[in-house]
Write a protein that binds this ligand. Structure first.
Ligand SMILES: Cc1cc2nc3c(=O)[nH]c(=O)nc-3n(C[C@H](O)[C@H](O)[C@H](O)COP(=O)(O)OP(=O)(O)OC[C@H]3O[C@@H](n4cnc5c(N)ncnc54)[C@H](O)[C@@H]3O)c2cc1C
Length: 507
């Protein structure tokens, strides 16, 4: 018998927020602070850090859930730490210097003999990834074993195409540091699938891998995301490596048992009681004399009004558009163009190690070819004790539109009982692990209705975020959320949080 259920996010709070129930009546009290940060995901926590670095200690951070971190929170099942959402951070490039500085502060990187070195213990240990393809595990995620010469030729040609594109325009992380080059805007205008057709990339294995990559980073398939997004995935980091490529280097990735929850906990810890968890921001008004932010305290069931000099709105864009009174044109315009991919993360506790199929050894990231889910990461992969034992596998299931899913992902996320997702998970992971159901004791499922922005064709152009302006602000409000980048990763959220706070500090 496998126990389990939904956990992590309180879906009812999101609905109460939408229905306006928490806005009724007069506020129970008024309090003052210099800066209010609305939303305690990576962007809000980064804003708090930037304020502190600028010597501003008089602020509050209001967070809807009982714990800060947003999509980057960690949890545990059966006493074993595991991610509830985001689980890794690639070693950041120089354009993400705010993230580099954070990692330095946390002791993750240091200079040795003139070169930067990252903390070995938190760099993903080898073997990093494997693919269950044609009945065996193979090393790496690109289907290679047993594929024909025509497939390998397309791998090589795609690799060369990505290389050529990244030499023509800068694919930068964070995206706001890229120049608004015509090439990037042209790629932004077409669906990735159409661009692949046009370029003659027809091989089903290549297309499976590219579709997997888009669902992995953006929650939606190659027909839904722009060609900019499809190329950016590779061009902004180490490129695309065909088998046998010279210098093929795997992305160096930082990861922790509780995923990026390791980072958000360290960002939240110094805030003390300035972090108000369980506080839903229901109204933000930019008035002549300052900002008013109304927050509903879920524990006391009362509403408090905060008066401040300014507010950093680190909320998802669709919520910001709802709670900001008379939303500025830039927010209205951006929110009208943004669509979201829902996601589900299931953490499965296993009482003993799985027997393995032939091929590549158990890895951190384990993907099964041709399935709806994205496979699983093993929460004990980074453990210093190599003895196989009980562990937790985190199964990732994107629900944005793709070849596997229609546009009704959010509805299904809310309507289906946890046991239906359990059965999907068991069916998928039992392909390589027939003993999984017998070893699983508990499955905890976190649902994200609006998990991440889908970089649909035309979105970057609409958001005007390619190098257009470093700080998105209107009056006393500064906006900071990964949604403003048109896609969601740690570096985007963190940089935006920093800039939103730093801009105001200078003002
Ligand atoms: C399943 C999943 C896996 C991912 N994996 C990775 C990964 O491995 N690596 C990576 O870099 N990125 C990953 N991401 C992307 C991830 O979204 C970003 O890394 C980052 O966490 C986004 O931070 P944010 O602050 O922009 O947004 P959010 O995480 O959306 O933060 C917004 C915050 O605002 C709060 N909030 C909402 N409404 C209110 C309100 N009315 N009042 C107060 N607070 C409110 C929310 O509770 C939340 O805490 C993943 C995302 C998902 C969903």
């Amino acid at each position: 018998m496998i126990e389990g259920g939904f956990t992590g996010i309180d879906v009812e709070r999101g609905h109460a927020l939408r229905d306006g129930a928490w806005r009724a009546g007069a506020p129970a009290g008024v309090r003052r602070t210099r800066v209010v940060i609305a939303g305690g995901g990576v962007a809000g926590l980064a804003a708090a850090r930037a304020l502190r670095l600028a010597g501003i200690e008089d602020f509050v951070l209001l967070e809807l859930e009982d714990m800060a971190g947003g999509n980057s929170r960690g949890g545990q099942v059966g006493g074993i730490a595991c991610p509830l959402g985001a689980h890794y951070l690639p070693v950041p490039g120089d354009e993400a210097h705010e993230v580099q500085e954070l990692l330095e502060e946390l002791g993750m990187r240091r200079r040795v003999a003139g070169r930067w070195e990252y903390e070995e213990r938190h760099l993903c240990h080898s073997p990093q990834e494997r693919l269950f393809f044609q009945g065996t595990w193979q090393d790496g995620l690109l289907p290679v074993q047993g594929v024909g010469e025509a497939t390998l030729t397309q791998y090589r040609r795609f690799s060369q195409r990505v290389e050529a594109l990244r030499h023509t325009a800068r694919f930068s992380i964070p995206v706001l540091r890229a120049q608004p080059a015509p090439l990037l805007l042209a790629l932004d205008a077409v669906p990735f699938g159409v661009w692949l057709d046009r370029e003659g990339f027809t091989d089903p294995h290549l297309r499976w891998y590219l579709d997997y990559s888009c669902r992995d980073d953006y929650g939606a398939g190659i027909a839904q995301v722009s060609a900019w997004a499809g190329i950016h995935y590779f061009a902004s980091r180490h490129g695309f490596h065909a088998p046998g490529d010279d210098g093929a280097e795997r992305d160096a990735v930082l990861t922790w048992p509780e995923g990026n929850g390791w980072l958000t906990r360290r960002l939240a810890d110094p805030l003390g009681d300035r972090l108000k968890a369980g506080h839903a921001v229901v109204r933000i008004a930019d008035t002549r004399s300052g900002v008013e932010v109304d927050a509903f305290d879920v524990a006391t069931r009362s509403r408090v009004r905060w008066q401040a000099e300014r507010c950093i709105v680190a909320l998802p864009m669709f919520i910001a558009a709802r709670v900001v009174e008379n939303p500025p044109e830039l927010l209205r315009h951006a929110a009208a163009h943004l669509g979201y991919a829902p996601w589900l993360v299931a953490n499965v506790h296993l009482r003993a190690p799985l027997a393995d199929r032939p091929g590549a050894a158990p890895s951190w990231d384990n993907v099964i070819y041709g399935t709806r889910g994205l496979g699983y990461v093993d929460a004990r992969h980074q453990a210093l004790d190599p003895t196989p034992g009980a562990t937790v596998l985190s199964w990732y299931r994107p629900l944005g539109p793709s070849a596997y899913d229609g546009p009704d992902g959010r509805r299904r996320l809310l309507d289906r009982p946890w046991t239906a997702w359990r059965d999907d998970l068991l069916a998928e992971l039992s392909l390589p692990h027939p003993d999984l159901a017998g070893l699983a004791t508990r499955i905890e499922i976190t649902r994200y209705g609006h998990a991440m922005a889908i970089p649909a064709p035309g979105l970057l152009g609409q958001l005007g975020q390619l190098g257009a302006r470093e700080r998105v602000a209107a009056g006393r409000l500064a906006f900071a959320h990964s949604d403003w980048s048109g896609y969601s990763i740690f570096e985007e959220a963190f940089t935006r949080g920093h800039l939103a706070a730093a801009g105001g500090a200078a003002a």
